[in-house]
Each structure stands twice: as structure tokens, then as C-alpha cells.
Design a protein around this ligand. Sequence first.
Ligand code: AMP
Length: 180
Amino acid sequence: MSADRETNLNHLKLLVRDVPDFPKKGIIFKDITPLLKDGPALRFACEELAEIFKPVKIDQIVGIESRGFIFSPIVAYLLGAGFIPVRKKGKLPAAKEAVSYNLEYGEDSLEIHQDAINRGTKVVIVDDLLATGGTAQAVIHLVERLGGTVVGLAFLVELVFLKGRERLKDYKVHSLIQYG
Ligand code: AMP
């Protein structure tokens, strides 16, 4: 890793704030808003997320609501790929596929439009943070159910101690900053 890149990655880490006991007791929430308001840091983070997938032809970036929507369209733009939203239950208007999953702090359901992905389409899934990997795994199911190929997954933050990467072991997982 170049010295500049390492310095920039360390800087990103300093811009992620720990908020204890949010949204419930015992959870240390990784708040990325200090990073988002820093222009050069935001640009560097988005460019880094896109960089790893540049050698491959990616058709679409799948973004996960809500904080995944901050980075995924920018990564799509940088790669010249399309953007597909995966949204919380009841938000998408047309015919959809749904999947339920467990979160680090609760249970939820995600949906994708049935016509979002064509068979054989190469996609990258982008989210802000990898914790247990439950969300990412649910989105992989949705993409594969529609016939898409998951080329990889990219996260700004990885909580290594929650072992989400093990759950996603059949896939290329990329994260910019790690904790634990
Ligand atoms: P998981 O399914 O456990 O990998 O959780 C990942 C999703 O939950 C991501 O979309 C994150 O935005 C959110 N999330 C889980 N744990 C945290 C945390 N400690 N801080 C911030 N966001 C989190």
C-alpha cells in the first residue's frame, strides 16, 4: 500500500465516530456522518470502493437502503454501471422479490424489483458497514434468485469481530476500514 493511501485510510478511520448504546443498549454504533461531511474524505472513500472492481466489467451496483444509498450510486457512476436499489419492505412500487433477515440489532425485510436484474448480469453489492453479514447475505439471495451474478461486495466499514466475512466466504469481500 502506498504511504498516501495508508494515510488516507487512517484518516477515514478517525472520521468514523463511536456512539455507544445506539439504537439500543450494548450496540456501539459506527456513525459515518463526520466522514460524509468531509469532502476529500468522501471522495477518497467512494473512489476506493470503486477501484477494486475497475478491472472487471460490472453491469450494475446494488445498493442497500438506507446508508448504502449514500455510496452505491456514486460507485455506480465511477464504474459507469447502473444502480439498483434494494429497499425496506413496502417502499418499491412495482412487482418485487422479498427476503427476511436478521440484523445485529433486530429483524427486517428487504425487497428488489423483479425486473431489476437480467439473467447473467454482473453486480457488486455496496453497503456502508459489514457487521454479521446477515443483510449482505439476504441481498445476495435476492440477486441470485433473479439470475444475477454477484462479482463482489464492497463496504466502507467492517466489524471484523462479528465475522460477517466468514458468512460471505464464497464471495469477494472488500472493506476500506476495519475494527476489531
Ligand atoms: P449486518 O447484517 O449484521 O451485517 O448489519 C449490517 C447493516 O446494519 C448495515 O446496513 C449497517 O448500516 C447496519 N449496522 C449494523 N451494525 C452497525 C453498527 N454497529 N454501526 C452502524 N451500523 C450498523
